[in-house]
Design a protein around this ligand. Structure first.
Ligand code: ASP
Length: 392
């Protein structure tokens, strides 16, 4: 039986001065998060392994309920279904339809208070701007409350284990979001908590809610995901967003993944094996160390990532890769007019600001989409019992 220490994946040079929550004496491989299997409600979201295209598409009843939400009674009903407020994107998932509905509602200032009386514990043991703030904004826009928790402000400083901290927080919160530097930590939290835990990034492991918002952005920008050529550039070894997005995109037909990185930062074999295990039959993968003109010309989505220097064994080990790929207006000049550039952000020089005015630069739209997708996920995670039964 292998026992893990919290230091397993967390490089020493970037660890915060406060102690990280120990996750010792827990087997990492004895918890498998439940398949969503067309029933999102109340389930943790730990890994994209939980998703299938049907699950993305089969929250239809929930979407219908949302689309026919009655402000007068503050009740969700499933009696009518109309597309007037948010036309459904062709072939796309109903989760994304919920996101579109909520996007329109935010813009019209008519957001239904679906989290009224509900509390989110927003637990961040690693730096975050977008994920932390978009979850907090999402909960508050839905009328819910937020408990912000960081390593420096919690009993982690006294040596409390992650599972104890999370079990404590679920006494006060209906849904928990966790970012933690150790791969596998979200699975441990989900294993011990009864309330849903949403993985907001577990070390170099996964970032499933980012993958959902990335797919939503591709749908919003291109209208479909099937048949799309996605070029992933940068640190594919430590970049958890590409680990999740590559697996999620592989579920769609005709997708081509062009993986571009220095050899030392290639997509790990275990991720390639996971893709192989779940991919659509006609998925195509190419691997390259250079972002050639040919690769750029074939690209529909250029997904740029930063070198994850905090995950390298030392700052010196990361140094040779820091400027490995820089996207400039000249790079964009080699791409289709219909292509899009995405980045999970923060960027630290990989995309020049001179690219921002190009209509193909979708990274700020992508960032904004994060809030709508997370509103949809929180609404699903905290739905009332009667709504749950109506939607399951
Ligand atoms: N914000 C993303 C993440 O948390 C990407 C990054 O940090 O580079 O993984």
């Amino acid at each position: 039986m292998d026992l893990i220490e919290c230091t397993m994946d967390a490089p020493t040079h970037t660890r915060s001065p406060s102690r990280l929550p120990p996750v010792t004496r827990v087997q990492m491989d004895d918890y498998v998060p439940p398949k969503i299997a067309c029933a999102w409600l109340g389930k943790p979201v730990v890994s994209v392994a939980q998703f299938d295209t049907a699950s993305l598409e089969c929250v239809a009843t929930w979407s219908r309920a949302l689309l026919s939400y009655s402000r007068a009674t503050n009740k969700l009903t499933t009696t009518t279904y109309h597309h007037a407020t948010a036309p459904l994107l062709p072939c796309c998932s109903e989760l994304f339809a919920v996101s579109s509905f909520l996007k329109a509602a935010v813009e019209a200032n008519t957001v239904p208070p679906l989290m009224r009386g509900k509390m989110l514990a927003n637990v961040f043991y690693e730096a975050s701007t977008r994920t932390m703030c978009s979850f907090a904004a999402a909960a508050q826009r839905l009328g819910g409350g937020v408990l912000p928790v960081s390593a420096s402000s919690s009993s982690v400083k006294k040596g409390e284990t992650l599972q104890d901290t999370m079990r404590c927080l679920e006494c006060y919160a209906d849904v928990l979001v966790l970012r933690h530097p150790v791969k596998g930590s979200a699975a441990i939290a989900a294993k011990y908590c009864e309330n849903p835990v949403l993985n907001a990034g577990d070390g170099a492991g996964e970032h499933p809610t980012q993958a959902l918002l990335d797919c939503y952005t591709i749908f919003s920008e291109l209208g479909h995901l099937s048949g799309v050529t996605i070029t992933m550039v940068g640190d594919l070894k430590y970049g958890r967003t590409v680990h999740s997005l590559s697996r999620l995109a592989a579920l769609y037909g005709g997708v081509k993944l062009q993986l571009v990185s220095p050899a030392a930062l290639a997509l790990p074999q275990y991720v390639l094996d996971q893709i192989e295990a779940c991919k659509c039959a006609d998925l195509e993968i190419t691997i390259s160390e250079t972002l050639s003109d040919e690769i750029l010309a074939a690209t529909d989505i250029l997904y740029v990532t930063r070198i994850q220097k905090e995950r390298f064994p030392s700052p010196e080990a990361a140094a040779p890769f820091l400027n490995a790929f820089i996207i400039s207006p000249e790079t964009l000049g080699k791409m289709k007019e219909s292509a899009r550039v995405m980045h999970p952000l923060p960027r630290v020089g990989e995309i020049l600001e001179a690219c921002d005015a190009d209509p193909r630069a979708a990274y700020f739209r992508q960032m904004r989409n994060g809030m709508f997708v997370r509103m949809a996920l929180l609404a699903l995670a905290t739905a009332e019992a009667d709504t749950k039964s109506a939607c399951m």
